[in-house]
Design a protein around this ligand. Sequence first.
Ligand SMILES: [Zn+2]
Length: 185
Amino acid sequence: MKTKFAVVEGKRREAQPGLSGKCPLCDDAMIAKCGQFRVWHWAHRGTLTCDRWWEPETEWHRAWKNQFPEGWQETTHQSEDGEKHIADVKTESGVVLEFQHSRLSRDERESREIFYPKMVWVVDGQGRAGDRAQFFAALDAAIVFNREPLIVSVPSNEGALLRDWTSGSPFCGYFIPVARTAGRI
Ligand SMILES: [Zn+2]
């Protein structure tokens, strides 16, 4: 499991050469990985993943997290029954943002929507060839709810991307198309 932050002497710190830290979720040791090619990050020893919901940290994730205050990034959220996960971003008002780069099954998606009382998905809509074109074609048929920022409701059966992210969920009826996502179009 790779994260941006670990706990070093009681404080959240980014990875630096020579630092050792602890996982904010399970308290196990984490190693600072400060290589030449990958973005600096923390990792558990071996392949331990204490949060099974955690996606492998990519530059896409990191760029999105960095759009928000540091204190909001990688925030541990605990449910009343004690289950804990690290949210990509949790705002001061308790809204969780999850940045999803890879595909997610409907069950997996719904388990997060149940766990986080208020949440928004930010999805990388360029995973498959054609997703982007289908998405923007669907926008032509969209109902505009708000102009600034642009919030629309689109037909959910238009294209594989929208089908993936709307099936069965009452939470995903609205989309805020982001034209420029962390440096990529
Ligand atoms: Zn851990």
